[in-house]
Design a protein around this ligand. Structure first.
Ligand code: SF4
Length: 496
């Protein structure tokens, strides 16, 4: 089970992906593959193997609704072919119409990995250049550096109010020795993940390796905790007295508890307003709310709907309208605000002269890709140059590294002809599947079948892969120099 310790800053490998489904509730990607009109080859080849809540994103894609994709890169070394997968995933979502964001996690690199600012500066630009060279559109998308993004830092501060140290302990294993900036970099990262929704709540996908899942789960929790947005005192005009009030509230509670309001609806928080009660009082506390109403004996009551939960469906609000038919107009404006983003909620709040409350974030979704095996076997690691191919490697060096890679071949050519090779255990085959065959499934399958059938021998196979790698690197690096100007035009602060 050691292999399953999901540590975003560790070097753990994941040996059995199926266990992730059972133990961490990651769902199989295969189940949603059929719902994607033109899946990326990483999806088709099951390199993207799992997801959380990705259907929400697919539904938005299908219905032409807004959605977002975001990934962060810690500039700890050169971008390598493992990062290319994530670049490709972001770019693919951008091409499907998503708001795409790539960020440089420099605060995290500084706090969690002890990188100096000079080292960070050196690498930050390299990540973005490769991203653009692979097809990211900087004009349509968003690029930023954590340390330069004030909105993200502000959001991180707000999210920090909802997080506490014992959660950091249980999620990340932080202890008394963990430095405060590392913790701060975590809330910053949570803010990164939710930042595409600052203007407008929308489904957001985070493409990651499974070791990053703790971040995804935490961000989903924080999204739920800050989901409300207050349009509260829009209801202040809603005045009735005594008994009517109680009856009205009782009906409103019932309506809001409609069966398809799938999470706790923390909405009609009249108790909070009335008696300064715990703001977590939710609909389950309905009975006590009624009691408090009676105990408080305030007349006349001016109930307000304090927190709206986006998951309380529109039908629930329709039911609410019916329940409070005398105040239809008020509750219709309520429904309008229900689908608003923070910007709109703020505007409405200004109009009625109150503070807005929360954010209305949709819990972020995620997709998980397999890790590439290192060329020397074991994990592909930025700190072991021979294990990976950097996107900045000289094409000849890339060629040489592939030629020197371990394979899933047999001990002799005879044996290989007889038994066939083992592409499932071959880093060279992975290069074909993850990168070199690109969109050509037929080619990737041919390599696989020929290897399995013993028609393909490792020497020739590596020669072919090495040549393709050399071409890929040469082409990629040429594109990098072409896009440099575009990156400068995108005007993001790359130097600290
Ligand atoms: Fe790997 Fe190619 Fe050898 Fe098969 S033939 S084991 S794919 S290097």
């Amino acid at each position: 089970a050691d292999d399953l310790a999901l540590d975003p800053w560790g070097s753990s490998t994941v040996s059995d992906y199926r266990k992730l489904f059972d133990e961490f509730g990651i769902e199989s990607f295969e189940d949603v593959l059929g719902e994607i009109p033109n899946p990326h080859y990483l999806m088709r080849r099951a390199i993207i193997f799992g997801h959380r809540d990705y259907r929400r994103v697919l539904a938005a894609m299908r219905d032409d609704e807004p959605f977002a994709a975001l990934s962060g890169f810690m500039p700890t070394g050169d971008p390598h072919i493992g990062h290319k997968m994530v670049f490709d995933e972001i770019i693919w979502h951008q091409r499907q119409g998503g708001d795409a964001t790539a960020l440089i996690a420099d605060l995290e690199a500084h706090a969690a990995r002890d990188l100096s600012w000079a080292e960070i500066d050196e690498h930050a630009k390299d990540y973005l250049l490769s991203l653009l060279a692979l097809g990211f559109d900087p004009e349509a998308g968003t690029l930023y550096r954590q340390s330069e993004n004030r909105d993200v830092q502000d959001l991180g501060f707000e999210l920090g109010i909802e997080a506490n140290f014992s959660e950091f302990q249980s999620i990340y294993g932080f202890d008394g020795e963990t430095d405060v900036s590392h913790m701060q970099s975590v809330v910053t990262q949570m803010a990164d993940i939710l930042s595409p929704q600052l203007d407008e709540p929308k489904p957001t996908v985070i493409p990651v390796g499974p070791d990053q899942d703790p971040h995804v789960r935490f961000a989903r929790d924080l999204a739920a905790r800050t989901r409300y947005f207050g349009v509260t005192e829009a209801y202040a005009s809603f005045e009735v007295d005594g008994d009517d009030e109680r009856a009205l509230l009782a009906r409103a509670y019932d309506a809001l508890r409609a069966p398809d309001a799938d999470e706790t609806v923390r909405c009609v928080d009249a108790a909070d307003w009335l008696a300064g009660a715990d703001r977590e009082a939710d609909v389950d506390a309905r009975a006590s709310v009624i009691e408090k109403l009676e105990a408080a004996g305030k007349e006349p009551l001016r109930p307000r709907v304090r927190f709206l939960d986006r998951n309380a469906t529109e039908e629930a609000f329709e039911a609410l309208i019916d329940a409070v038919d005398g105040e239809k107009r008020v509750f219709e404006s309520h429904i309008d605000s229900f689908d608003m983003g923070r910007g709109a909620a703020e505007a409405l709040a200004r109009e009625v002269e109150v503070d807005h409350g929360g954010y209305g974030f949709v819990p972020p979704s995620s997709i998980y890709h397999r890790f590439m095996t290192g060329l020397t076997g074991g994990k592909m690691s930025s700190s072991i140059p021979a294990s990976h191919i950097s996107l900045l490697d000289d094409p000849e060096e890339g060629y040489d590294k592939v030629k020197a890679a371990t394979t899933g071949g047999r001990t002799s050519a005879e044996e290989q002809r007889e038994l066939g090779g083992e592409p499932d255990d071959c880093p060279v085959y992975e290069l074909y599947a993850y990168l070199l065959a690109a969109d050509d499934d037929e080619f990737a399958e041919r390599v696989y079948e020929e290897c399995r059938g013993g028609e393909r021998l490792c020497g020739d196979c590596k020669e072919q892969a090495a040549t393709l790698m050399r071409e890929f690197l040469a082409e990629h690096q040429e594109k990098r120099s072409e896009v440099e100007e575009r990156l400068e035009a995108a005007d993001i602060e790359l130097e600290s």
